[in-house]
Design a protein around this ligand. Structure first.
Ligand code: ADP
Ligand code: VHF
Length: 377
């Protein structure tokens, strides 16, 4: 695809039918661990304007922990996971109450969806998330999403909402992703560093990643810093979705396509949201080792992984889990959702479809990983 000009990217954002807006903790809360209703209301006003003009907006909002820790008597964001989970349980309610009241002033309803990684990699939950989001949007509501911090385990969690927002943009087939934070744009280095320069347009985020010096959070409530925002912009770009990054007070102009913040061009045509989800969100639970013929077929991009071409299975997983597909040298070729439990697979290895049917029955005469569930890495 040809690289679009900045004006084209800004126009695409202005014309977006479906927009995912992600807002960070520092844009909604006080450092003392309480909500800042004024800033939250200003954000809601900008989103409501787009919504009332007919746009479909999904809001991915951080801020549960940051809104809850002051209320629970902590003087700074706790580091203990159980404390954070308790703060999130309190703060999430406060956050939603505030959003509910703020959107109601414009006659708009909100719907809360809390997501954990483990919920969303299973095909059925993925479909449920997608269906609920689509229905909320069809009904004119504004879905508000956060990670389910009170339930997420420390080992498997998004941890930041930046990447989650890019995955949500895929799920709802968004036309634009708007990342709102406490800095007005991406800079060539963390803005605290002397000489860092504002970047208004990134035609290729993968090239930019090599050139820009990105750092962690600048506030005491944010988590991901610019690293995860760049990753979100990259996921959006490779998914064919233009993105803009700016401060929350620029939300309105950013969604109108005004030249604020940093615009990121898409670098691919749109992909299948399901495949992107597998590629970005899933955590492989095991490995299928492909022989050289199967490795070549998988690398070609259009083939399913058949039992006949698999020489080894590693790990303990259930049908529907994500697995790595490796070559015999141990290189990762692809990630996929496997169709069988790990203990069923050894008896299937090396057998073609006719043999699987004859020896094991009809239900085994299927690929280990169907090509629709396979994503090259
Ligand atoms: N190259 C960079 N350009 C802009 N900001 C950067 C850069 N590197 C690091 N940062 C920091 O990232 C911070 C935003 O991330 P974070 O604090 O996690 O915000 P949020 O709570 O909105 O997710 C900025 O305040 C800034 O200090
Ligand atoms: N899910 C957490 C926030 C995680 C997060 O991404 O925070 P931030 O870096 O402020 O966007 C919460 O609501 O407190």
């Amino acid at each position: 695809m040809n690289t679009p000009s900045q004006a084209q990217v800004r126009r695409a954002i202005a014309e977006a039918q479906t927009i995912v807006v992600k807002v960070g903790s520092s844009s909604l809360t006080e450092p003392s661990g309480h909500l800042d209703p004024q800033r939250l209301n200003a954000l809601v006003a900008a989103i409501a304007r787009v919504r009332l003009m007919g746009g479909r907006v999904v809001l991915v909002s951080s801020g549960a922990i940051a809104a809850g820790f002051g209320t629970l008597g902590f003087d700074k964001r706790p580091t203990d996971v159980a404390d954070q989970q308790a703060c999130a349980a309190v703060g999430q309610g406060l956050l939603m109450a505030q959003y509910e009241a703020a959107f109601a002033r414009y006659g708009l309803r909100v719907g809360q969806i809390l997501i954990t990684v483990s919920d969303t990699i299973a095909p059925q939950q993925y479909r449920n998330v997608r269906r609920t989001l689509d229905r909320l949007l069809d009904l004119g509501a504004v879905p508000i999403i956060n990670e389910n911090d009170s339930l997420a385990s420390n080992e498997i969690r998004f941890g930041d909402n930046d990447r989650l927002s890019a995955l949500i943009a895929n799920i709802v087939v968004a036309d634009a992703l708007v990342l709102l934070t406490d800095v007005d744009a991406l800079y060539t280095a963390p803005p605290s560093e002397p000489g860092s320069k504002r970047i208004s347009y990134v035609p290729n985020v993968e090239d930019a990643l090599a050139k820009v010096q990105v750092g962690g959070t600048g506030s005491n409530v944010g988590t991901g810093g610019m690293v995860t925002k760049m990753e979100a912009a990259r996921v959006a770009a490779v998914s064919g979705i233009p993105a803009v990054l700016t401060c929350a007070s620029n939300a309105g102009p950013a969604m109108m396509g005004d030249p604020v913040g940093t615009a990121f061009a898409p670098i691919n045509d749109r992909g299948s949201s399901r495949r992107l989800w597998i590629g970005f969100a899933s955590h492989p639970q095991g490995t299928l080792v492909a022989d050289s013929g199967a490795a070549k077929a998988v690398r070609g991009g259009a083939a399913s992984l058949l039992a006949a071409g698999v020489v080894e299975v590693k790990g303990d997983f259930a049908a529907g889990d994500a697995v790595w597909v490796d070559d015999e040298q141990g290189n990762h070729l692809a990630k996929g959702l496997v169709g069988f439990d790990s203990e069923e697979i050894p008896q299937m290895l090396g057998r073609n479809t006719a043999q699987l049917k004859r020896f094991l029955g009809e239900e085994y005469a299927h690929p280990l990983v169907h090509r629709d569930n396979l994503v090259l890495v």
